[in-house]
Design a protein around this ligand. Structure first.
Ligand code: SF4
Length: 374
């Protein structure tokens, strides 16, 4: 079977089985294509759909996105994770509006010059929105190609070359989407439904009898585990102290309750700001002083609970304490490790873009003390 026969089989299958997704409505809006591809990185379609709908209602055009403050952009992204995606979208929208008269570049090279746009996203936008003959290579495409060609450990370069060589002369965008849909709905990682696959007749992995073995998985590395101590500091006016994380870096620009990493046993004496594993109220006092410059007595601290969160490269366990002040809190004289610190009312906490685990901490606090602020 020739490669053009592969493309025509796949495109015929796609015509009948393509998924009906909000960003595929015709005529294609390049901004919507771009947004969906960014949201779909590391995220399931079902999770993305409501975010996409809310986002396009609030920011229907690149101009509205470019004009919005970053805080609002991050708030709309809250819960979707990998916040650098939102910061880059926002920065790129400003470049397009202010430097390119609102026009997205139409070529892979031009698109890759924008913040956060890699070869995959550029190929997707160029082919889906502008009909360019540009390949894509995401997790689904990687798996489908590895199986069809029986490649156990293909390199990225090999797969990009393969993806490019398979592109039909016309309808490259539809072909790319067909490969993605096939990987998402038929050629799934654990139990591919080969009996429903239009490419079965030419699939080497199927012929070998163990399609799920392709591509072979790298040996699993142990994920490091980190711990942190978090203080929900509430003042006598019913406000909670929150810090905005530095714009650049993990969870940049998001808000959190005052936190510090926990020192391993024995290290506490060397790192006075890191509460040790056996925590004493004075450690919370030290933590608050170190991060904010505020001197408070934490003798009445209550343990609120434990929140766990998995990042790509490590797992985090946060032990959360509640410390209440009898008086309205002072403006913190120091912002150590934060861009800003604010005393926020409950309504303000709701409006801020919190990290996912801080949103859970807030819900935990509200469940424990529903009437304190009311
Ligand atoms: S035949 Fe099976 S393994 Fe091969 S591409 Fe189709 S679904 Fe994937």
């Amino acid at each position: 079977m020739t490669r053009s026969a592969l493309a025509s089989r796949l495109l015929r299958w796609f015509e009948r089985h393509k998924r009906d997704l909000p960003w595929r409505r015709e005529p294609r809006d390049p901004y919507h294509v771009w947004l969906s591809e960014v949201m779909l990185q590391q995220t399931q379609v079902a999770t993305v759909i409501p975010y996409f709908e809310r986002w396009t209602q609030r920011f229907p055009t690149l101009e509205t996105l470019a004009a919005a403050p970053l805080d609002e952009v991050l708030k709309l992204w809250e819960g979707l994770g990998y916040y650098a995606r939102a910061r880059n979208l926002h920065a790129a929208a400003r470049i397009i509006v202010h430097e390119r008269r609102g026009q997205l570049p139409r070529t892979v090279e031009g698109l890759m010059a924008l913040p956060g746009v890699g070869r995959y996203t550029a190929g997707a936008i160029a082919s889906l929105a502008f009909g360019a003959r540009a390949p894509v290579l995401d997790g689904n495409v990687r798996r489908v190609l590895s199986r069809i060609f029986g490649l156990a450990r293909p390199t990225e370069a090999e797969l990009w070359t393969l993806a490019e060589s398979l592109l039909p002369r016309r309808r490259a965008g539809a072909f790319n989407e067909a490969l993605m849909d096939l990987g998402a709905t038929i050629c799934t990682p654990r139990a591919p439904r080969c009996s429903a696959c239009p490419l079965r007749a030419l699939c080497k992995a199927y012929a070998g009898g163990h399609p799920e073995a392709y591509p072979s998985k790298p040996a699993k590395q142990q994920t490091p585990h980190r711990e942190a101590t978090t203080v929900v500091l509430v003042d006598g006016a019913g406000r909670a102290l929150l810090g905005q994380r530095p714009r650049h870096g993990l969870l940049g620009g998001l808000w959190e309750f005052i936190s510090a990493p926990r020192a391993p046993a024995g290290a506490a004496a060397r790192h006075r700001s890191c509460p040790p594993t056996d925590l004493h109220p004075s450690d919370l006092t030290d933590l608050i002083a170190h991060k904010t410059g505020l001197r408070v007595k934490a003798t009445q601290a209550e343990q609120l609970g434990i929140v766990k969160h998995a990042f790509t490269h490590f797992k985090l366990t946060r032990r959360v304490w509640l410390v209440r002040l009898p008086m309205p809190g002072r403006t913190p004289p120091r912002t150590n490790g934060y861009d800003r610190l604010i005393w926020a009312t409950p309504a303000e906490v709701e409006r801020l873009a919190l990290t996912r685990s801080d949103r859970r901490i807030w819900e935990m606090y509200r469940a424990r003390r529903p009437t304190l602020f009311d």
